[in-house]
Design a protein around this ligand. Structure first.
Ligand SMILES: Nc1nc2c(ncn2[C@@H]2O[C@H](COP(=O)(O)OP(=O)(O)OP(=O)(O)O)[C@@H](O)[C@H]2O)c(=O)[nH]1
Ligand SMILES: [Mg+2]
Length: 225
């Protein structure tokens, strides 16, 4: 098979996924459900961040929230979300390294009659593949934790280029990671994506979490207006 054929197939898959995502996004908007796709490496702090974010959002309104927890295997994260009293659906991709619309629609249907003001997708822990696949969400964010190092922006640029916000997580580790160059990270990220909003957070100490919640609250308001 020559290379142009491979590229054509990939384009076909992505185009079909994009059409389905657009329809899904519109339907959720009509219901008033704001969807947020949360991406980042394994262990970047996605689940911990999400739990802290939902606590901060509760201070702004008594919104109904739900979570789709995508993982290659296991229900570990879905159980953590349920333990916090939030409805959660576990989406096991059985080895697939990203979430596609077919999976997203099935996961959403599994909530049955439940309706939400905010629905969060914790995407597969992966800094590469999920960037390519529209999951029908209204906004996408990515997490980069301080222990991973600032230079991931140079090594894995596509995700930085497609998201609406970059959340630097685990900033309580900054005193231990003297080589984490925050200014270089921001500069490189904004070259890739000039409209990027950037937050520096720690789910452990709560730093920056209310600012992210205010951003999410505002994005839902914009969607509804
Ligand atoms: N110090 C510190 N540790 C954190 C913070 N957020 C998460 N952690 C820790 O980082 C580890 C991974 O956090 P998770 O929230 O499970 O990360 P994740 O991205 O959901 O991981 P996967 O779902 O496995 O990809 C856990 O031991 C957390 O307690 C933080 O803000 N500060
Ligand atoms: Mg997780």
């Amino acid at each position: 098979m020559d290379e142009s054929r491979v590229i054509e197939v990939k384009r076909d898959i992505l185009a079909g996924n994009d059409r389905s995502a657009e329809k899904f996004r519109m339907l959720r908007k009509e219901e008033g459900t704001f969807l947020l796709d949360i991406m980042g490496s394994p262990g970047a702090g996605k689940t911990t961040f999400l739990l802290a974010l939902m606590e901060s959002l509760k201070k702004l309104s008594d919104a109904k929230m739900g979570v789709i927890e995508a993982d290659l295997e296991s229900d570990v994260d879905a159980l953590k979300i349920k333990a916090a009293g939030i409805p959660s659906v576990e989406l096991n991709t059985k080895g697939v390294c990203h979430v596609e619309m077919g999976m997203m629609k099935q996961a959403y249907a599994a909530f049955g009659d439940l309706k939400f003001d905010y629905l969060f997708l914790e995407n597969i822990g992966n800094l590469v593949c999920p960037a390519d696949f529209d999951t029908g969400c209204h906004r996408r964010i990515m997490l980069l934790s301080v222990p991973e190092g600032w230079d991931k922006v140079c090594k894995y640029p596509p995700m930085f280029a497609v998201v609406d916000a970059l959340i630097v997580t685990k900033c309580d580790y900054l005193p231990l990671n003297e080589d984490f160059d925050m200014e270089a990270l921001k500069e490189h990220a904004r070259i890739l994506n000039p409209k990027l909003d950037i937050f520096v957070t720690s789910a452990r100490t709560g730093e920056g979490m209310d600012d992210v919640a205010a951003w999410v609250f505002e994005k839902r308001k914009q969607m509804l207006s």
